[in-house]
Design a protein around this ligand. Structure first.
Ligand code: SF4
Length: 147
């Protein structure tokens, strides 16, 4: 049995930008018996529903910018991630929703400031914090392939 941090939307929480979920029942079947600890940095920081954001390569680093206002939304997501992992220092596995700019592990899209796609294999902001802390991380869509 592992202690698993998992994107809350994968568990059926309606915390996506449009107040929908990403429930994944086959993933949940695979995770039966593990202790699941849900997280959603964007709902915590910005509420639901909310404008979308994208990862953008800027002169001062890769940032999550609001698609509505262009505001840099990175800090609240990173702050949430640090608080979450400080509170749960014994997390053994991080499962992030693939392609999310916050939660994707190796599937988030990165654009330049003209919105040209630079990469689709990036870590989202919360996943980056998990990786920095040497927590094993996987995208949800890869989990079944790795067990
Ligand atoms: S992908 Fe992450 S930030 Fe987006 S709704 Fe799911 S848990 Fe929240």
């Amino acid at each position: 049995m592992q202690k698993v941090a998992i994107s809350a939307c994968l568990l059926g929480e309606k915390c996506r930008y449009d107040a929908s979920d990403n429930v994944n029942s086959s993933l949940l079947d695979l995770l039966q018996g593990h202790t699941l600890i849900p997280f959603c940095p964007e709902a915590y920081a910005f509420g639901t529903p909310r404008p979308t954001m994208d990862l953008i390569r800027t002169p001062s680093g890769d940032k999550a910018l609001s698609n509505e206002t262009g505001e840099d939304l990175s800090a609240p997501v990173v702050d949430y991630a640090n608080i979450f992992f400080d509170k749960h220092p014994d997390i053994e596995l991080f499962i992030g929703k693939d392609r999310s700019p916050s939660c994707g592990v190796c599937s988030a899209k990165l654009y330049n400031t003209n919105k040209t796609l630079l990469s689709h294999t990036e870590a989202g902001l919360m996943a980056k914090v998990a990786l920095t802390r040497n927590i094993e991380c996987t995208d949800a869509e890869k989990y079944g392939e790795e067990i």
